[in-house]
Ligand binder design. Structure first.
Ligand code: NAD
Ligand SMILES: C[C@H](O)[C@H](O)CC(=O)C(=O)O
Length: 245
């Protein structure tokens, strides 16, 4: 495998599981030093040991905790070149008429505000070095809006809008900011969903199968690489043919 990330220092939020773990493994396999940022401290430790990286337990909903994590990572690595923001939750799978507002806010606290905290936290180091790659993991749900998943869909649509804005702000700073919108991939996040919703998501994929974490990690790795230098503020799709834009 090529070593596109030799000498690069990466943070992967949600890196202890699923898509984030696969992204962390791919970046490490290609030479990056990787910090696993995750609220699951034990899983983060296990993942970091597996890839020879750094485990940084953090709750991304806390701006202060994220600032502490960024300081710890920058001190350990000497800088930050890459952020893959993968940490996320689904929230309840219910119609809007039944959707509890505390649940709606929790989804936004993690999926949007937590992601914004992490994007903000890595920018000083990237601006100081004059280089950066930010890859925000959104979802096809943010493009299409899934029924019974209004908070999740809205939060991912917000991630897309935020990514487009930040990409334009940083366009002359050699820092790119892109989103990836996967369709369903069988990971532990499915444990947060009823089977009916999982069946619905599969039914929407023209390829007739779920994606794999490796397939998502491959597109994330491209977006995180130097090769993607003329792509910013964009949405890179990985939905098995489902997305129409
Ligand atoms: N799996 C899919 O079908 C799919 C498809 C499209 C997009 N996504 C998105 O991809 C990302 C990763 O999903 P996944 O399938 O790997 O899920 P996952 O549940 O396997 O992993 C999510 C990780 O995020 C961590 N996390 C959750 N809340 C956190 C917080 N407040 N602070 C720090 N860490 C926190 C969890 O501990 C977990 O390790 C999510 O943003 C999800 O919305 C998933
Ligand atoms: C959490 C979901 O599995 C993920 O976002 C994929 C999705 O929403 C879909 O419709 O596919």
């Amino acid at each position: 495998m090529q070593k596109r990330f030799k000498g690069r220092r990466a943070i992967v939020t949600g890196g202890a599981s699923g898509i984030g773990l696969a992204c962390a493994m791919r970046l490490a396999q290609e030479g990056a030093r990787v910090a696993i940022w995750d609220m699951n401290a034990d899983a983060a430790k296990t993942a970091a040991e597996k890839l020879g990286g750094l485990a940084v337990p953090v709750d991304i909903t806390s701006l202060e905790d994220v600032g502490r994590a960024a300081d710890e990572t920058k001190k350990a690595f000497g800088g930050i070149d890459i952020l893959v923001a993968s940490a996320g939750i689904t929230g309840p799978t219910v119609p809007v008429t039944e959707f509890p507002m505390n649940g709606f806010r929790q989804v936004f606290d993690v999926n949007l505000f937590g992601l914004v905290h992490c994007n903000k936290a890595v920018l000083p180091a990237m601006l100081e070095s004059g280089y950066g790659r930010i890859v925000n993991i959104a979802s096809i749900a943010g493009k299409e809006g899934n029924p019974n998943a209004s908070a999740y869909s809205a939060s991912k649509a917000a991630v897309i809008g935020f990514t487009k804005s930040l990409g334009k702000e940083l366009a002359t700073k050699n820092i790119t900011v892109n989103a990836v919108t996967p369709a369903a991939v069988r990971t532990p996040i499915f444990d947060q969903l009823p089977q009916s919703h999982i069946d619905f998501m599969l039914s929407k994929i023209p390829m007739g199968r779920f994606g794999t974490v490796e397939e998502i990690a491959a597109i994330v790795a491209f977006a995180a690489s130097e090769e993607s230098s003329f792509i910013t503020g964009q949405v890179l799709d990985a939905s098995g043919g489902r997305a129409t834009y």
